[in-house]
Design a protein. Sequence first.
Length: 381
Amino acid sequence: MKKRQIQFIQVAVLFLMVLSACSRENKIWNLVETNHDISSYEYYLENFPEGVYADSAKVYIEDIKALHKEKPPIIVRIVPTPVASWDNKVCTEIGLKISVAFPKAPELEKAYKEKGFELLRDYFEKRGIRIIPLHKDCETQLLVDLKIRSLGTSYYNLGYFYTGYDIQGSFLLKTEDETPIKLTVSEKKPVANQVTKKTEYGYTKYIADSFGRAGREPAAPLPQLKDLFLNQNFMSRLWEKQDSLLSKEQIADYYTNYLYRCFCDANKYERGRAMSVMTLENFERKPGEMIQLITYNLNHFCLNEADIEPCNLGFKILEKMGRDAVDAAPVLIEYMASRKDRSLENTYVEGILETVTGHNNEIKNDIGGWRTWWFHHKTRK
């Protein structure tokens, strides 16, 4: 009888232990689901790798990763940039007509017009303005008229090369009841005094003077099309200059909206410029919006990008925000986890993590320790 009683007690104790473990797992899972972030789900998997909810945790992690790569809702809303010279009149649609005359290379005229349209369309769309082909009903019109000549001459023992150019034309923005805004373009680069033949790795190229380009074809010495069509002298007259905007107590809503979209641009230089503005003291950094943007940036660009300078600017923004950016902690933790082999880089990221959380791990680069801290921090909130 005694033996049976002992066996019963042992079974009962084992049952209670299992029940207690299940109860602890359920309690942690409920908290993890409430947190609903990758670090919390990873914390659960580290403690219960074969747990009841392990498969669900893995699914949630993948869902959140996919969500982090989607553009944040705050950049879907577009606030059109007003035209400063027209007393901040807002134009939501502009009809565009580009005329390009290239006498020495008429076959390039169509390509120049198409590329110019694309560049200007992208430029204006970032400012919330839709560019369409010009038709008679367009209230606001942008007329670009350019006459391009490539300049060339013969060089001793090398033959004929194009090394200069002459560009004449104008940009004209006009609308009803407003004074047209016009920029006359007159840019000439004379032919180079000499052309040098240079061979490297079996490839021969020709250099005009010290740094210029030389080409057998008429288009070779021309400036980049981006420089040609996005003429900064003209564009700065359409929109207020950055300096004047940043001198105000609060940056205009439309400009902030524009920066948000640049922050998520595929071009790393656009992202870098936007982030640089956001590090300035008088830029209002709203924690919820900044964390959305940086989360997207880290997950969409930084994980696979060799040049991490734009990513470091994102970290600098978090550093300036300090404890206001504590909710970025799980993003930073998982960023560290994805690059665990890069200890030097993670040392910098961990420093930012310590700044926004006010917490220092005894063991550096301890991802598990950070996940544990985050889980308990969220639980206490």
